[in-house]
Design a protein around this ligand. Structure first.
Ligand code: FES
Length: 77
């Protein structure tokens, strides 16, 4: 599903970027994918997808128990 219509970006693209570790906030998604730069109507939906994706990554069992996981909240525009 397209999240940003001004710069055609899908929820799948957002999830991939977040899962890759390249972005964990809407501001970082702006730099990576170009979303939320024009009308910004997509910012709230993008923020929700970032938070959902980070939460699902957090819920995934980790093999290495010495790794510390940080929760980073998406910033508002
Ligand atoms: S819908 Fe994303 S900037 Fe307009």
């Amino acid at each position: 599903m397209y999240v940003c219509l001004c710069e055609p970006v899908t929820d799948r693209q957002i999830r991939e970027v977040v899962c890759s570790g390249a972005a964990c906030s809407v501001r970082q998604l702006q730099a990576q994918l170009g979303i939320a730069k024009k009308c910004k109507k997509c910012a709230r939906a993008a923020c929700d997808i970032v938070n959902e994706t980070l939460a699902s990554v957090e819920a995934t069992p980790m093999v290495n128990t010495h790794t510390t996981t940080h929760v980073i909240t998406a910033v508002q525009l």
